[in-house]
Design a protein around this ligand. Sequence first.
Ligand code: SF4
Length: 658
Amino acid sequence: MKERYFTKSKFSLSMECPTKLYYASKPNEYASTKSDDQFLKALAEGGFQIGQLAKCYYRDSNPIDLSDLSNDDAAYKTSELLLRDEVVIFEAVIIHNNLFLRADILVKKNNHFRIIEVKSSSANPNDQPVFMKKRGGILSDWLPYIHDIAFQKLVLQNAFENSTISAYLMLLDKTSTCPTDGLNQKFKISLDTNGRTKIIVSKSLSDEDLSRKLLREFNVDDEINYVYNVEKYKDGMSFDQYVSYIANMHVNSEKVYPIPGKVCAKCEFNSPDSNTLNGFRECWAEACNFKNSDFEKQSILDVWYYTKKDELIHNGIYRPIQLNENDINPKPDNKAGWSRSERQWLQVQKAQNNDQTDCLDKDGLSFKVDKWVYPLHFIDFETAMPAIPLNKDAPPYQPIAFQFSHHVLHQNGKIEHVDQFINNEIGVNPNINFVRTLMLSLNRDSGTIFRYHNHENTYLNFIYREIFNSKDHIEDKEALLDFIKSITQSPSDSIEKWTGDRCMVDLCYLVQRYYYDPATKGSTSIKKVFPAILQRSTFLRDKYTKPIYGATDGISSLNFKNMQWLQNKNGKIIDPYQLLPPLFTDIDITNKDIDLLFPDIEIKGGGAASIAYLRMQFSSMTPIEREALTNALLKYCELDTLAMVMIVEAWLDMLKQT
Ligand code: SF4
């Protein structure tokens, strides 16, 4: 096989940014932060299992699966099979000039092809149109998928000019539910002897398991026609002109001149690996004239929640120093604390003045603190959304809350890790037990409850709907529903609206409105705020440099003994998350790296803990491995709630300072 074929994945990468193609083609020179670990991806995204389930729906058509063949062998076999009048092929290889594709499912019937791309995203067939905006144009969330299948249809049409083709996306159907219990257990993820990820389909997979389809084919010919005939690409090129241009650039190993934009903020070629070249730095040096010292300072990419990044970067504004007040237009929003624009302006001004001090709106925060009821409770959930649900009648991406941690801070400063919950059983939906245990844990008093961001509220609302709609007899159904309502806010799409009288306080929101530390570069993620405040607060530094956590006369802990959370290396505090045992001992990857690798699937329960749970569900583990992973998860979640406690401790101390 020619080394320089242009594949659909390369095409998709070029649609994110065409310059990336060059760096991706030189992996030994340019490091990438994106995981190419297929096993982790399979766990995180569920795509491998969905791909296999899709194939099972075709099992009555005697399909031929070429996935185990090399590209060359699969190309040869495909051309042989396509001599037949009718055939269904999995992973067929089609080559035309320098364009190459492996089609998930290709169905040939005489002179007509159906090409089907399987994705693990979910869509609602009742949304009409599903993929187009009402006023025309493809919805941005679906555009990468439409581009992907449009590329495949183009290659196929070029290769078979006299055939007709219809193209489909096969997606999880939001309106469908699982026909049986334990279907997900019939698609186990494993590694073969070459270290490649494989899905083992159980021999017990029955007709009943496939009787109600979780996946549905959506015809996308209209959307593809729109892409071919209306959309414009680089320098006004049409779709096929762009494909031919970018394929030639790739084949000739030429770099597309970078056009930086907000997309650069998440560029995978901005790797901290100092032994390799850094594609991000190369682009910004080339196109924005950045010097080495510029990369140490904040750039326009760091300005928090700023929507004009593309516009300003394209106008040559790359640094906060180049911004003026009119670019931000700071003004209040009739709520307590800083508005979004006021916080942005604070960040910009500090960057302009090279002011590294933190900023706490003491009056504003004090007003909130005065309303808190002690003891204060801090909770954090670990959750997952398996694409193939655990139970009969559950929808795809069934929300599962499998773990929580609960810390208490008393008015006298005493801290206790009072409770935790974890369920690591295979195929068991823990949601009701989870919320029942949480209710017992929180209802001992009426103290204020804290969460960090919306995750806990979102999942409790998911469970509310699950319990509300359940046809099973749940003895304490009303009590559970009342409890959830008492500590949550109703979801925005709920007909019934409520705000619980003990509604959880969002600590992240308080950070957004009252606290800014330049060390976080504008981020309000707890993974950035926690290490920054630990470095900043003398109170925390004095307290946690001693091994008091889990000590007999220190802070009670359910999982740690004599832990010293504040440890230094080369004068810098070690991020406490780096002190935890890794969740994946057999893969060379840290918990933090996993969180960074899959940041976009948070609502699906992305992140290290969720992936660890999915691993327990979908791969073979010995009881010893399972226990070790469970213990690591308990520590991981405990630190999440402890981090919240420490942020509040630091604030309370700062409020006492004059
Ligand atoms: S830094 Fe920006 S322009 Fe360069 S490759 Fe990454 S996304 Fe593209």
